[in-house]
Ligand binder design. Structure first.
Ligand SMILES: [Zn+2]
Length: 199
């Protein structure tokens, strides 16, 4: 179904779906790739995950018994999508979204990065605040989720809190720790290099 599905070994083994060990539910499971695509809702923009999601909005799918991630029971759908499209990758790395939409599994919207890149990303979202490509335009449905859950990116409320706490005399390091961002990120916010558009 996916044109670049030059999939490598563990996934292919999982695709074969030769599940025995795990009992009836597992052996009845369809191959992983088939189960994956059955839950993907394609569009011109994001490909939304229609299956189970994590509290942060990431798609989840049960791995097959032959997959190395089987012990984790559920794997992240966007990470699987990346693997199906581009092959295996270093599991230490994060699969990040260009589109800022956690439930998106479209391979062209995904890229590999370090956890550091993720944190930096969280800070820098304020920069792309306007224009047609901003997430609030392309994914209006994601606004509420992002604001409510607050861990995918800083919310406007958090950015205001950060500025208030700094104005109230807290150090940038202490604030950075509290919001799980870098001190540089806090510095950019209080100096209004980041999130400049937010009063
Ligand atoms: Zn997307």
């Amino acid at each position: 179904m996916f044109p670049q599905a030059g999939v490598r070994s563990p996934t292919r083994r999982a695709l074969a779906g030769r599940a025995r060990a795990g009992g009836e539910t597992v052996s009845a499971m369809k191959p992983l790739e088939e189960r994956f695509w059955a839950k993907v809702r394609k569009s011109d923009g994001c490909w939304e995950w229609a299956g189970v999601k994590s509290p942060k909005g990431y798609g989840l799918i049960r791995a097959g018994v032959n997959h190395p991630w089987f012990r984790k029971r559920r794997m992240m759908a966007h990470r699987l999508s990346y693997e199906l499209a581009f092959g295996e990758f270093d599991q230490e790395l994060c699969v990040l979204h260009h589109c800022d939409n956690p439930s998106c599994v479209r391979p062209s919207h995904l890229f590999l990065g370090t956890h550091g890149a993720n944190v930096k990303d969280k800070c820098a979202k304020g920069r792309q605040a306007r224009g047609a490509t901003h997430g609030t335009r392309t994914h209006p449905e994601s606004i509420v989720r992002g604001e409510r859950q607050g861990s995918h990116k800083l919310t406007r409320v958090e950015v205001r809190e950060i500025r208030n706490r700094y104005a109230g005399g807290e150090t940038q390091s202490a604030i950075a720790k509290a919001y799980n961002v870098t001190r540089t990120c806090v510095g950019g916010i209080v100096r209004r290099k980041e999130w400049r558009w937010l009063d």
